[in-house]
Design a binder for this molecule. Sequence first.
Ligand SMILES: C[S@@+](CC[C@H](N)C(=O)[O-])C[C@H]1O[C@@H](n2cnc3c(N)ncnc32)[C@H](O)[C@@H]1O
Length: 285
Amino acid sequence: MSELREPYWHDDHAAIYHGDAREVLAEMDEGSVDSIVTSPPYWGLRNYCVGQYGQEPTSEAYVENLRATFAEARRVLADDGTCWLNVGDCYAANSDGWSRGRDYNPRQPEVRPKARLAVPPKNLLGMPWRVAFALQEDGWILRNAIVWSKPNAMPQSVRDRMSNRYELIFLLVKQQHGTAMRPTGEPHAAAHPNGRNPGDVWSIPTRPLRAEHFAAFPIDIPLRAIAAGCRPGGTVLDPFTGSGTTGIAARQLGRQFAGIELHAPFIRLAGARIREAGAASGGMR
Ligand SMILES: C[S@@+](CC[C@H](N)C(=O)[O-])C[C@H]1O[C@@H](n2cnc3c(N)ncnc32)[C@H](O)[C@@H]1O
C-alpha cells in the first residue's frame, strides 16, 4: 500500500483527495472510516472528464469497476461500519442505438457508450441489482434496498411504460452482527422522524443545485444515512464526492469527512460548500 496522497482541499474536519476512487482508496488505512455514503456515476449517463466511471462499453465492465472499487472501500470501512450506495438504473439501447439513463436530459452532457447488451432494447437493465449481487459475491452483506421515492419527480414523456419516480439506495455492511442503526434518541429529526426507525421507503424530493454539478443528491439522503449509520464523532467517506453533499451533511452532524473526486473543479466547489456549511452552523458541533 502506498502512502496516502496530500489532500487537494482540506480544513480541520474534512479532506478531499483528487484522483481515481479505487486508487485513492487503495492508499487509505484499513478500517479508517465509519460510514460510506455515496453515489457513483450511473452507467452511460454523464460525462464529466476522462477516466470517470460510467463510460464503460458494457454493463459488465461497469459492474466490475464498481466491484473493484468497493472491494477497496470494504477494506477501508471499520468492521462495524455502514455503506450506503445509491446507484441509478437505465434502459437497454434506445432507437438511436445508445444507452441512456432514466433521467436522461438532452441539455446535459452525456456519454454515449456503444452498449453491447445481452437483452433487447427497451429492457430496464437492473443496474443497481447487478452491482448489489456482485458486491454480495465479494462478501458484503446487503441489509436493505431502500426506495428513494421522489414525490416531485417530473412526468416523463413515455407512452409505453410508467414514469420512473424512485431510485435505490443499498445499505451494505461487513459483518452479520454488531452493526446497529443509531438509536432513536439521536437528536437528528431527519434521521428518525418521530423517534422511529425511518423504514426502507424514503420520500425525499429532488433539489436542483444551482452550481456546475448536475448529479447532486438531496442532502436529506446523507443526513439520514449518517445519523442512522455513523457513530457520533466518526468519519464519513464519499469516494465520489461530486459537489460535496455528503461532506456538508457530515459537517452538519458533527462527523469528520473524507472525500475522493476525479474532477478537480468539483473539489473546489465541494470544499467551498463544506466550508460554508461549517460557517453557517458555527463550526463542527
Ligand atoms: C453522481 S456524481 C456524485 C454526486 C454527489 N453525490 C453530490 O451530491 O454532489 C458522481 C461523481 O463521481 C465522480 N467520478 C467519476 N468517476 C470517478 C472516479 N473514477 N474516481 C473518483 N470520482 C469519480 C464524478 O466526477 C462525479 O462528480
